[in-house]
Design a binder for this molecule. Structure first.
Ligand SMILES: C[S@@+](CC[C@H](N)C(=O)[O-])C[C@H]1O[C@@H](n2cnc3c(N)ncnc32)[C@H](O)[C@@H]1O
Length: 645
């Protein structure tokens, strides 16, 4: 697509996936995006490159074993052997708008990226950048400390390098499937695992051919910095490795957008360069000196984020925007789709938005997603204000949850959507063609209760459903007598009614066997937990429901315009949970965008700060908002007014 042309994300990303929820501009808050059709999911969708010439061993060595496949690959099931497919709907908990709802929204996911990616359509993304946890030990990598993050790390660090590589390979494989033919991927690593991952990438994407211009490997970029302690015992490690691969041999690359300053030449010596052009490594040297800079190389010096950086959010692995800017400018065009499936504090989506790209981001930490949403919202508001000077408009973005759902929001959903969600989550298919029946699990009719968590199924509901089942052809012709009722709760009389229907089996041919399953029970999530035990993957948190914390805010005046705010009275409603992050917006206008420096605040012991001091710019009345995340995944919002005098 030409630069500057505005196009909706959903044309590629929702188009084949939205099913019954599709409308011109993607899903709205409270809706669900159903998973794609699961048929054929055991088939391998994306073949590995053959690369015969690369792997050929000289005959004189006989048949020495050569491992051509990435670690963990199974010829029949791919990486699904270790990580079975789990298809679940995503819950759209937020749609943040910047005045262009007609455009398909960008997407921010909270969930395990492997499973989120498996639900996205093939060949839909132009550029992927990832900065996965390095192979450098568990503690260093724990950034946010929430339970989902910790669980993911026990998955990654369960063993040495092989465990890490299999975990990453399963994800790299999906990324290849998602890339468009002209797309490319950057993988940010360091000395711990960089060279091992390079070998795996060569097997998944290709080694680039002997010329280096074929599909797969293109460049190993060295990101050089000066940050960190130094030793006099060895050469100091002051660079990260960024592996750059293209999916095919033809790919998007905008060398002119990422030219580098000419090195080794003073302004006055341009004439000299004409004759010793190799100094600039610029193939254009013989046509004259290019004022806009030298063609780009693979060693980049970019300063790390320091305590004074305006873009600093406050957690250790945040990458500089300048780094992402270089990658995004070099490997995508305006309106291309840029994705980061380990988005952390949202550097990639923020820069993608600033440069007029569409984006997809994902993280399995609830806090990371909250920080990213806040960062992009703030930036997008700013861009929208400066709109006149921009060649692009800012689409909305959705915040979508995969696998862990907010029960309170679910219970506020319109009944039709709620039922569709419950059926999809249960692995059933919605179907309204028979009165009194909402869908089917295999051939078994399924009925779903009301959205409100306070609602309870009654004896009358049971009788009505039994009658509906009796009218079905399967009951009348095939003698199929089963039915499933899914609901938050069942009243005692409902349980008894079902019991009576079942007991009739001995005496009455009209009997019905009804299974009554609570939505937040183990039985409901059985199809997920079965996968978990069968394949030893830890899916123990998939398909669970969380409650938002009840946020309580108190404050007192310290002096002048400075006030102290306190959230320590907040009640976490998820069993065993604790507060993990607090964000503040001291100038709330209806869209939460945290005040600079109040998105990820830690006290001296790295615990979330429950007390914060803020100095207002002037006296007057202010609307303020506070968001609290707990370590299970609940998030609560409090809003109020304060008179500053
Ligand atoms: C090194 S940080 C990324 C930092 C990011 N580049 C930035 O500039 O803010 C790695 C992130 O990967 C996330 N992560 C780890 N395992 C994940 C998984 N399976 N799915 C999604 N995110 C994951 C972590 O929660 C963490 O936020």
């Amino acid at each position: 697509m030409a630069k500057g042309e505005q196009k909706g994300l959903g044309d590629e990303l929702f188009g084949t996936r939205m099913g019954e929820f599709r409308d011109a501009s993607g899903p709205v808050k409270g809706e669900f995006v159903p998973p794609p059709d699961v048929s054929g999911t055991e088939e391998i969708e994306e073949a590995l490159p053959e690369q015969e010439e690369f792997w050929r061993a000289p005959v004189r060595f006989g048949s020495i074993p050569v491992d051509r496949e990435p670690l963990g690959w199974d010829g029949r099931r791919g990486f699904r052997k270790w990580y079975p497919q789990v298809m679940l709907p995503t819950q759209v908990v937020e749609r943040v708008s910047f005045g262009h709802p007609e455009l398909e929204p960008n997407r921010l996911f909270w969930g395990d990226n492997l499973h989120v990616m498996r639900q996205l359509p093939s060949e839909s993304i132009d550029l992927i950048y990832i900065d996965p946890p390095f192979f450098s030990g568990k503690q260093y990598n724990v950034i946010f400390g929430d339970q989902n993050e910790l669980r993911s790390f026990s998955d990654i660090w369960d063993g040495g390098m092989p465990g890490y590589l299999i975990w990453l390979n399963a994800r790299l494989y999906e990324m290849k499937r998602l890339l468009k033919k002209t797309g490319s991927i950057y993988i940010h690593l360091d000395w711990h695992a960089g060279h091992y991952v390079k070998q795996e990438m060569d097997k998944i994407f290709g080694y680039g051919g002997l010329s280096g211009n074929g599909p797969g490997f293109k460049t190993e970029i060295v990101w050089q910095y000066s940050w960190g302690v130094r030793t006099d015992k060895r050469w100091n490690r002051k660079h990260d490795i960024i592996l750059f691969y293209s999916r095919e041999s033809e790919f998007t690359f905008n060398a002119n957008d990422v030219r580098e300053p000419h090195l080794l030449v003073a302004e006055s010596s341009k004439q000299l360069i004409k004759y010793t052009g190799s100094l600039t490594h610029d193939r254009k040297w013989n046509k004259g000196f290019d004022e806009s800079g030298a063609l780009p190389t693979d060693v980049w010096y970019i300063a790390t984020i320091n305590a004074q950086s305006k873009e600093r959010i406050g957690y250790p692995t945040q990458k500089p925007e300048a780094l992402l800017e270089r990658i995004i400018l070099g490997s995508s065009n305006q309106n291309d789709v840029v994705a980061d499936f380990f988005c952390g504090g949202g550097t990639t989506p923020a820069v993608a938005q600033r440069l007029g790209r569409r984006w997809i981001a994902c993280d399995q930490s609830r806090v990371a997603v909250a920080i990213t949403a806040d960062r992009v919202a703030k930036l997008s508001e700013q861009i929208s204000l400066e709109q006149a000077s921009k060649t692009f408009t800012v689409p909305d973005f959705t915040v979508e949850h995969w696998g862990i759902y907010e029960a309170k929001r679910l219970s506020e959903t319109p009944p039709d959507q709620f039922r569709q969600f419950v059926l999809r989550a249960y692995g059933a298919v919605p179907d309204n063609s028979e009165a009194g029946i909402h869908g089917h699990k295999g051939a078994i009719p399924v009925w779903v209760g009301e959205p409100s968590q306070k609602s309870q199924v009654t004896a009358q509901d049971v009788v009505n459903f039994a009658n509906a089942v009796r009218k079905t052809p399967r009951y009348q012709q095939d003698n199929l007598r089963d039915g499933i009722m899914l609901a938050w709760a069942f009243r005692e009389d409902a349980v008894q009614a079902a019991q009576q229907l079942r007991e009739q089996e001995a005496t009455d041919l009209n009997f019905i066997r009804l299974d009554m399953i609570r939505i937040d029970s183990l039985q409901f999530r059985q199809h997920v937990s079965v996968l978990s035990t069968a394949d030893k993957a830890d899916y123990s948190t998939f398909l669970t429901f969380v409650m938002p914390p009840r946020v309580e805010v108190g404050w007192k005046k310290l002096s002048g315009l400075t006030y102290r705010f306190d959230v320590s009275e907040t009640v976490v409603l998820n069993a065993g949970g604790k507060i993990i992050n607090v964000q503040w917006d001291f100038d709330y206008n209806g869209t939460f965008t945290s005040t600079q420096g109040f998105s990820f605040i830690r006290n001296a012991t790295k615990e979330p700060a429950l007390l914060v001091d803020y100095t207002f710019p002037a006296t007057g009345q202010y609307r303020i908002a506070c968001k609290v995340q707990d370590d299970i995944g609940g998030e609560g919002l409090w809003t109020g007014r304060i008179e500053v005098n």
